[in-house]
Design a binder for this molecule. Structure first.
Ligand code: AP5
Ligand code: MG
Length: 239
């Protein structure tokens, strides 16, 4: 049966999203979709990749220690990212829910999250986690990754082929020069895919097994993928 699309765009009061996981390989569009949902539902996107890159950009002890690993497509140790997520989800803007983007991506992180996930207070405190896995073919992922550019401060995601900024090379939000992530080369992408298959595919199986899990086709225009994700989340929340 066709879903009623008029029900899908609503204000923050209409739907309490609760905690949401966006899972999937590098480049499936986790960050892009999280940014749309964040605006639509007024809940934060928590991207462990962005948090780690901020540490690298600001040359914090964590940034200095892990830059080489991240640039090579290797994961940061579980305890470091778990602590980042614990700190961030304790902030008051997470009380109606949050979107975890790129976390968990090892079974160790998933087990930690299952034991520690708390929306501390507020309306979403009693809601269980919902997981959506986005899927895109390898060749399309490679095209997306090599075409990606990012606003280093705003975190806005662009693509030179499919979603360019209004002025070439400059972020629409704050005018900062766009950057290409050091891990967005073909060579590092293939290493990231290898690590994804080895360490993150089992995480997807883990959430599939727990229920409250849906797969969504990510090979469609951004707006269509958003609709598919929103429909999946609504189905799961209404169960
Ligand atoms: P992270 O930053 O999380 O990278 P990733 O998982 O590899 O995912 P990406 O950010 O590359 O892709 P995305 O799915 O967000 O796609 P996007 O929306 O940008 O992690 C980077 C590194 O940090 C890791 O390798 C690791 O070292 C470390 N790290 C992070 N989290 C960690 C953790 N939990 N544990 C340990 N280490 C961790 O889209 C990609 C491109 O496609 C963009 O150009 C976009 O415009 C375009 N696009 C998006 N949707 C569409 C569409 N529908 N059609 C056409 N183009 C589209
Ligand atoms: Mg991302």
């Amino acid at each position: 049966m066709q879903e009623d699309r008029t029900q899908q765009v609503d204000g923050p009061e209409a739907f309490v999203p609760g905690p949401i996981l966006l899972l999937g390989a590098p480049g499936v569009g986790k960050g892009t979709q999280a940014q749309v949902l964040m605006e639509q539902w007024s809940i934060p996107q928590i991207s462990t990749g962005d948090l780690i890159r901020d540490n690298i950009r600001l040359k914090t002890p964590i940034g200095i220690r892990f830059k080489e690993l991240v640039d090579a497509g290797i994961f940061v140790p579980d305890d470091v990212v778990n602590q980042m997520v614990a700190d961030r989800t304790a902030e008051p803007d997470c009380e109606r829910g949050f979107i975890l983007d790129g976390f968990p991506r090892t079974l160790g992180q998933a087990k930690w999250l299952d034991g520690h996930l708390t929306v501390r207070n507020g309306e979403a405190a009693a809601l269980p986690l919902l997981a959506v896995s986005v899927q895109v073919r390898y060749d399309e992922l490679l095209r997306r990754i090599t075409g990606r550019r990012t606003g280093p401060v705003s975190k806005r995601i662009y693509n030179i082929y499919t979603n360019p900024p209004a002025s070439p090379g400059v972020c629409d939000v704050d005018g900062e020069p766009l950057v290409q992530r050091p891990d967005d080369t073909e060579k590092v992408f293939s290493e990231r895919m290898r690590v994804f298959g080895e360490q993150t595919a089992p995480v997807i199986d883990h959430y599939r097994g727990l229920g409250r899990f849906e797969e969504v086709n990510g090979e469609a225009p951004v707006e269509q993928v958003t609709e598919n994700i929103v429909a999946a989340l609504r189905r799961m929340r209404s169960k």
